[in-house]
Design a protein around this ligand. Sequence first.
Ligand code: M6R
Length: 609
Amino acid sequence: MCGIVGYVGKEKAKTRIIDGLKRLEYRGYDSAGIALATGEGIEVRKRVGGIEKLEEIITDAGFDGEMGIGHTRWATHGAPSDINAHPHLNEKGDIAVVHNGIIENYLELREWLADEKNITFRSETDSEVIAHLIGACYEGDIYEAVRKATKKMRGAYAICVMAAAEPDKLIAVRKDAPLVVGCGDGCNFVASDIPALLPYTKEVYLLENNETVVLTPDDVCIYDDGGNRVTRDVFHVTWDVDAAEKEGYEHFMLKEIHEQPKGLWETLTRRLDENGDIKLDGISMTGEDIRNFDKIYIVACGTAYHAGLVGKYIIEKYAGITVEVDIASEFRYRYPLVDERTLFIAISQSGETTDTLEALREAKRKGARVLSVVNVVGSSVARESDDVFYTWAGPEIAVASTKAYTTQLMCMYLLGLYMGKQTGVLEEKKYREIIEELKTIPDMLTEILEKENDIKGIARRFYRREKVFFIGRGTDSAVSYEGSLKLKEISYINSFAIAAGELKHGTIALVEPGVLFIAMCTQDRLYEKMVSNVQEIIARSGEIFAVAKEGGEEIKKHADNTFYIPRCSDDVAPILSVVPLQLFAYYVSVMRGNDADKPRNLAKSVTVE
Ligand code: M6R
């Protein structure tokens, strides 16, 4: 979850590292630090708080060098503090390390280092162990020392290491945590994610698991687990730096909400051929494979899991194949019935979520065919899948996922339609109609965004509420889960989602004055039932903010506020109805004085279990 950056070259390292860290702050932001090879050894500055806090203590021009490493932390072992912040040094202070991940056997290693090597630990972190371990293995060659030390480490890690005695050599290792190398002119970089590199280079190497890279100003050497030199093609990044900037929006989240029409159009049209048919270019799954599947598992976490809930409705309805949707951290530890006739669909924006990745590996071991729906090209989930269906959302920086979700939904429709055609469950006419309707989604979404101020007004009315329930039926219940997650993660309001029909089985006991219900009423076939559920809440003095389709006049008579989305079929409504919920969560968060992009306790990419 943490962000790491390393630079070695002929220019000043400090600004480049800080610049990179700012672009990785979405990965973790409770403390930050930097170590530089200053010519007189290694000097470390680190501080609890965001990068701006770190910047306050590194202003002196004398603190600089041509090689350095930086870190932005999401705490796992030890609270956020100056001492626990990275980089960590070995006992002599001549080796510095930054780490993303968890060292599972750190207690054992810590004990060994304390007993056998007389090491005194300064922090409570697992990461400090790495610095001492490398120090204990160091005999003048930092690459060899890192190789020896990593052989003793268990867990997930991306590390970047430097030694004072070798001031033009950075070593980085990747094991179950992301790491990319950026190739500059007379300089090289290493970082947890591509946005950190974009101002300086678009030429990158994507490292594989268990690879070690040695970077000097003019060279990049990649080695496999056995120490053999590996050749790797350069990957050319196609986004430009603006894609990872706010471009005048107050927050990345707001910018990303507004980027949805574009992302949806890209995701759709890249999968349509000149006859308007869905094409699965680059995907090896055949029609026969699809007809042979007797079960589909969709497995994901958080928002991506909510996209899977809609995917279930769509694929079961269009393709007639049973779909189970599971939370990745649960799937891994139960006994799912997976075999060669199972299609396992992993959904992940980052493609690095540990729970999803491990669930995928488990399904693969059991013989399932794996298709992933991923936003980050070349990510671990993408690389370990048999086939990848990319979302074309562009980089998503805000912790709260928005455009990744709607583009994941678009992929669910496209997959459902394609499979429905192959299984013969979906009639040609219906198939064509839905594709035509999907083409209108970006414009309908733009219409919703044009009414942003209405949502802002509704947020102003309700932002002080402390209890909020989201209710809906059918796909509206899936969207309710997403709306509730969005609200709670950035506003810290106690919010909860439930299928509207379930209310009367217990939760209705919680209705009282001051409790807000956000009622999703976009499913024509279930509309009247929703109106009844809303009346039951009003009868118990609850407040209602309803989301309905244009023309749904009845609900307006009962709700305190109603927001209308354009008229569309029930099937595609989720892709539109979530947008007012995203905007509502965003404005409530801002009105409550929170940082919508960096909610407390969270990080964008969850690479721990
Ligand atoms: O990168 P992934 O899509 O695998 O991430 C899954 C979840 O961690 C993510 O969706 C999380 O729930 C977001 N903060 C939701 O906004």
